[in-house]
Design a protein around this ligand. Structure first.
Ligand code: GRF
Length: 214
């Protein structure tokens, strides 16, 4: 049995994407990174992916004006053309419409730099510092229609230390992201029976994630 084909969607530097690529290079990793896509042609992660031998393409959202769904349809066409079975969002800075969320229901993961449900949205490290929390961290969750609200698959916590800045705290969290995301993808990919991309019945009868982090 071949391992599920994964696409990683990025908008910027792509450090989480590269953590997935590196993990998936291990022969025992139960998923393969088959494609990297970006809405931003100048995303630094595209070159990193290519240098690592991964097919990487940009589908520039600016060519679609306000037609958010048309852009998603173009992304989706790439995913289908490459036989993708799991999508990992990794710093993908586009709000998804119900079209995309439903098309990948139960097969799309995201990593978020906070311990959800605390601090959904942007500027999570600054908000954690302002709130005075003593623990902060990151979450991998399944993507649903509401942003940063899908079922939590895995979390990692870090302490907030005296004198922390947004940058020092963000760097501490990012180190954990790079460990957590591959572990969560591995758990999801090995614990879940994925319908083939051509098998559309999952739309009518979505399967929940059964992944576990070892
Ligand atoms: C990460 O902090 C991730 O949690 C958030 O966006 C950032 C992306 O960073 N969703 P990178 O592009 O993976 O380096």
């Amino acid at each position: 049995m071949t391992s599920p084909r994964v696409a990683v969607l990025i908008s910027g530097r792509g450090s989480n994407m590269m953590s997935l690529v590196r993990a998936a290079n291990a022969p025992e990793f139960p998923a393969q990174i088959a494609l990297v896509l970006s809405n931003n042609p100048s995303a630094a992660g595209l070159d990193l992916a290519r240098a690592a031998g991964i097919e990487a393409r940009a589908v520039d959202h600016r060519g679609f004006g306000h037609e958010r769904k048309a852009h998603e349809a173009a992304i989706n066409a790439e995913l289908r053309a490459h036989g993708i079975e799991i999508v990992c969002l990794a710093g993908y800075m586009r709000l998804l419409t119900p079209f995309m969320v439903n098309a990948w229901h139960g097969r799309m993961l995201n990593i978020h730099p906070s311990l959800l449900p605390a601090f959904p949205g942007l500027h999570t490290h600054a908000r954690a510092l302002a709130a005075g929390v003593k623990l902060h961290g990151c979450t991998v969750h399944s993507v649903t229609a509401e942003v940063d609200c899908g079922p939590i698959l895995a979390q990692a916590a870090v302490p907030v230390l005296e004198g922390d800045t947004e940058d020092t705290l963000g760097a501490r969290v990012l180190r954990q992201e790079h460990i957590l995301y591959p572990a969560a993808l591995a758990a999801a990919a090995s614990g879940h029976k994925f319908p083939s991309p051509d098998e559309m019945s999952y739309l009518a009868n979505p399967l929940p994630w059964k992944g576990r982090v070892p």
